[in-house]
Design a protein around this ligand. Structure first.
Ligand code: AQP
Length: 325
């Protein structure tokens, strides 16, 4: 039996290059080898207030991005988290075995409660239990994520161990998997921090939906370090290294080749070229995105939900039984 992967993205409106290269890009390779489940994790999105109409639209758009990027909804399960109620049920059971101290250690909780001071809700705090449920519900072996989510996957593993110790061998212990090159793309306006959709300025990220002019504008505005030549040095020149990583991801060229290509040239030339390569990279995805109808998405998500539910129901029967319910 091939091993299983599970991963998801929140439908919060923007999918940036960090999400794409940290997650989807890796899924495209992994789907060839693994039994794969890709979710639109809409329940997670609710930890920050969402406009209901926009949320609904964002769910469709994220599904379109999955398909436009090349995920195969026939071979894999592509579904919406809220269509399978077992996630919430298992999430509750896992809440009841997860020590508060473990949740308090989560850096994302610390960061987000700082960012959303007016809405530090308990969902934000227990988010990792729901994420553990997403993963454990499907006997997942491997969870491909960006670096920021690795801590949550490790916690899912800890929770699974804790549950197994209490109730017997119910859950497979999942492992996180990151792509070292793209696990943490940095903000274009701040190379000290990850590229983030909740950044205060939209110049922080390039969204997959950005048009060519906006991409050019954002890359032109991207901060650079001191120095003028094009040299890959993440420690001394993190901003340039981040831009060179993006160049590598969209062209496949390695750093020495990029350095050679821009020998004798400066930041301006490099940035113009990078902008064109990024535009070229996102255009086919945007084209495919625009060709997919909401009706097609309805049918993909209905099929995915049915297949995911089958697996989830079976697992939950086992879980309820060992718990004594
Ligand atoms: N900057 C990043 N570089 C590489 N991977 C990243 N991911 C997120 N940011 C980067 C990965 O994208 C996947 C989906 O993430 P999510 O929808 O759960 O959102 P997130 O992790 O909370 O990060 P975002 O998208 O930037 O949102 P905010 O601003 O809310 O933190 C995950 O695999 C994630 O690791």
């Amino acid at each position: 039996m091939s091993k299983r992967i599970f991963s998801g993205i929140q439908p919060t409106g923007i999918i940036h290059l960090g999400n794409y290269f940290g997650a989807i890009y890796n899924w495209l390779e992994l789907q060839k080898e693994y039994d794969s489940i890709f979710s639109i994790v809409d329940l997670h999105a609710l930890t920050v207030h969402q406009d209901p109409k926009k949320l609904n639209r964002n769910i469709y758009d994220l599904a379109k991005i999955y398909i436009a990027s090349g995920l195969d909804p026939k071979k894999n399960i592509v579904f919406r988290q809220s269509d399978v109620k077992e996630h919430v049920e298992l999430g509750w059971f896992l809440n009841c075995v997860t020590p508060i101290a473990e949740l308090e250690r989560m850096t994302q909780y610390k960061d987000k409660s700082e960012q959303h001071k007016q809405n530090v809700n308990s969902g934000l705090f227990t988010y990792p239990c729901l994420m553990a449920a997403d993963i454990l519900l499907y006997d997942t072996n491997v969870v491909p994520v960006g670096e920021d989510q690795l801590q949550h996957v490790e916690l899912a593993r800890t929770i699974a161990k804790k549950f197994n110790n209490l109730y017997g061998d119910v859950f497979i212990l999942p492992e996180g998997k990151i792509n070292k090159v793209s696990a943490r793309l940095k903000g274009l306006d701040n190379p000290e921090k990850k590229m983030s959709k909740s950044a205060t300025s939209e110049n922080n990220y390039i969204a997959l939906s950005d048009d060519s002019d906006l991409i050019r504008k954002k890359i032109k505005k991207a901060v650079t370090d001191s120095g003028t030549d094009i040299k890959f040095d993440p420690n001394k020149r993190p901003a340039l290294a981040n831009l060179m990583t993006i160049y590598h991801l969209v062209t496949g060229k390695e750093a020495p080749e990029i350095e050679k290509e821009f020998k004798g040239k400066g930041y301006g030339d490099f940035k113009s070229e990078l902008a064109e390569r990024v535009v070229e990279f996102v255009e086919p995805i945007q084209k495919k995105f625009n060709s997919i109808s909401d009706k097609e998405i309805d049918s993909i998500l209905a099929d995915g939900a049915q297949r995911a539910k089958k697996l989830a129901e079976k697992k939950m029967e086992q879980v309820r039984k060992v718990i004594g319910l």
